[in-house]
Design a protein around this ligand. Structure first.
Ligand code: GLP
Length: 242
């Protein structure tokens, strides 16, 4: 079931997203979070940090598993997703760094790194809340449109459009990695609850396709329609067509 929440401004967007995360932690301090990168959740993480500083929420017993990571960037590269998570969230809250997990992007054997992440997720048990952004082509995590989607964590070749969209974070497009390691659609759909977030007019069309269009591997986010508990957080612009 999909529950759409449309908010009027950035502040409401961030408060709503952070509120969903905080209430989970309040009712279940040992919650397992599935976390996402990209520009969309940054403000939500900012608000989560505020709530932590105000004493509303603690992550001391929580653990987290990130969706994806670029292949070929060392963990301390400024654009690695590990670095992103440390900068935007982990370094500012009381989560124990050893309880935070991001796939390894610079392993000698990436396929083994994907298999290891798969095993780690299996041993962790069910993710309580999986956060997701949405790519312009309908990707979630780095599950790109394709004739086939994979269930478990795996290595993907990034779409040219994805590389172009993410080039804004690098000095030039040549520096954007060509491959990534990502949770599969199966790993994502296994979560108890999913929070999909999208902002801006440029996402309106893909939001509509994902939520109202046919369920197809050409729009990986459309598989969210098969999940029993999805909350979709949208600003007015992204929600224009739904
Ligand atoms: C990136 C990430 C996704 C993210 C998406 C949208 O490539 N791998 O996890 O959801 O693209 O990014 P943004 O929120 O910046 O629009």
């Amino acid at each position: 079931m999909i529950n759409i929440i449309k908010v009027n401004n950035e502040q409401q967007f961030n408060e709503t997203g952070a509120g969903i995360i905080a209430s989970l932690l309040q009712s279940k301090p040992r919650a397992i979070l599935g976390l996402a990168t990209g520009s969309t959740p940054v403000g939500v993480y900012g608000k989560v940090i505020d709530l932590y500083r105000e004493g509303v929420v603690s992550f001391k017993q929580a653990s987290s598993y990130n969706l994806d990571e670029y292949i070929g960037l060392p963990a301390n590269h400024p654009e690695s997703y590990r670095q992103f998570m440390n900068d935007k969230l982990f370094n500012h809250i009381d989560i124990l760094l050893e309880n935070t997990h991001v796939p390894s992007g610079n392993a000698v054997d990436p396929d083994k790194a994907a298999a290891d992440y798969s095993e780690l997720l299996e041993n962790a048990g069910q993710i309580d809340l999986q956060l997701l952004g949405l790519g312009h082509n309908g990707h979630i995590g780095f599950n790109e449109p394709s004739d086939e989607l994979q269930g478990p964590p795996h290595i993907v070749t990034l779409d040219e459009r994805t590389r172009q969209a993410n080039a804004r974070f690098f000095k030039s497009i040549d520096e954007v990695p060509t491959h990534a390691i990502t949770m599969g659609i199966g790993s994502i759909l296994h979560a108890k609850q999913i929070l999909l977030m999208a902002k801006g007019a440029d996402k309106a069309e893909i939001v509509a396709q994902a939520l109202k269009g046919p369920i197809t591997t050409q729009c990986p986010a459309s598989f969210l329609q098969t999940h029993p508990n999805v909350v979709v957080l949208l600003d007015q612009a992204a929600g224009r067509l739904v």
